[in-house]
Design a protein around this ligand. Structure first.
Ligand code: TXA
Ligand code: MG
Length: 324
């Protein structure tokens, strides 16, 4: 049985709990926090010991850099020595929101965050509860929260506090419960430190959204999502449930395969996903987790069309289905 070890403190959306959450961060502790994308495992981004604990709790290799979350674009600029025009335009258009910008780091950024790289990933999340924590933490501390997704390394990202407690409940100090995440998949990451800028991870903010605003300065974002050295931790096999994942482009292929499995005694769980792609994204990780909890031999998933957020959903599903 899972969850028998002592569980961490559960905090909720009220001023006393927000203050307690900030106190834990201030003391170098770890708190899982809700963002609009997925739950993050937060630590004071300026405290090397606290940041090292994040890697230990997640069992994440230390070379994989973390995103720093701040309250607004003014605070983001402080962590970069070259917050260039592209970063200014994207940050002022899409923040607060599900976008992460890679820029040259300033000397405020500690090596533990970037794994020694010259760039840092910055994000201003829009979740109101995360914003309350940032506002309070800016008053009493650094106001900068390092937060990877609050799951064990390589597994499916958490979109509810229950997902977090199942994975990390006995390895962290507290979970701040903000209900289920609205977007449901991780932020879009754009490397603004290169010309032209490159999308390193697809998310709710699409290539088209980015290019629409950058057209004003004649910049076109490239979508080479490859390049292990540039984007560590985004290797092919990722976001993986335990069961094997098989993907289908249409319902009839999926149903035929399902029938053959059943006829041959192969246990399967099927995910069709909502025809509304925003809802599909919101529910994706919860669906993968609950399918996996049935311990099937295979999870069969219907892919959404590759338009708008469908591109990001497909990216996560290809990674979940990749050979391990
Ligand atoms: O939506 C999100 O972005 C969530 C929430 C919690 O904000 N966070 C998240 O963090 O997905 P994480 O650590 O699970 O994924 C961040 C990705 C990693 O693949 C990491 O390698 C990459 O961003 N990254 C961070 N800093 C980088 C840097 N300086 N250079 C290249 N890649 C970087
Ligand atoms: Mg992650």
């Amino acid at each position: 049985m899972k969850n028998q070890s002592p569980q961490c403190l559960q905090l909720f959306d009220n001023p006393k709990d927000v203050a307690q959450c900030v106190q834990i961060l201030q003391n170098g502790g770890l708190v899982a926090l809700p963002t609009e994308t997925v739950y993050g495992l937060g630590a004071d981004a300026t405290n090397p010991q606290a940041v090292r604990r994040v890697f230990e709790a997640k069992k994440r290799p230390t070379g994989h850099p973390l995103i720093i979350h701040v309250a607004n674009i003014e605070d983001a600029r402080k962590f970069s020595s070259d917050f260039n025009n592209v970063a200014e335009i994207l940050g002022s258009t899409f923040w607060p929101g599900p976008l992460t910008l890679l820029v040259k780091r300033s000397n405020r950024v500690i090596d533990e965050i970037t794994g020694g790289r010259e760039t840092v990933a910055l994000r201003v999340p829009s979740h109101t509860l995360f914003q309350k924590v940032l506002a309070h933490f800016s008053d009493v501390g650094s106001g900068a929260i390092a937060a990877p997704s609050a799951n064990l390394y390589g597994s499916v990202s958490p979109t509810t506090s229950q997902h977090v407690s199942g994975d990390l409940g006995d390895r962290i100090d507290a979970i701040l419960d903000g209900g289920p995440c609205g977007v449901g998949i991780e932020s879009t990451i754009v490397d603004c430190s290169v010309t032209p800028p490159v999308v390193l991870r697809q998310g709710a903010i699409t290539l088209e959204n980015l290019n629409d605003v950058l057209a004003a300065i004649g910049v076109v974002v490239s979508d080479q999502v490859t390049g292990e050295s540039r984007a560590p931790g985004m290797q092919i096999s990722h976001y993986s449930p335990s069961a094997e994942v098989k993907l289908f482009e249409n319902t009839s292929d999926l149903k035929n395969y399902e029938k053959t499995c059943i006829a041959n005694g192969i246990q399967v769980a099927t995910i069709l996903g909502s025809s509304n792609r925003e809802i599909y994204a919101r529910e994706l990780y919860a669906l993968l987790r609950s399918a996996d909890s049935l311990h099937p031999q295979e999870i069969l998933v219907l892919l959404p069309p590759a338009t708008d957020i469908g591109v990001a959903i497909r990216d996560r599903l290809f990674k979940a289905a990749a050979p391990r």
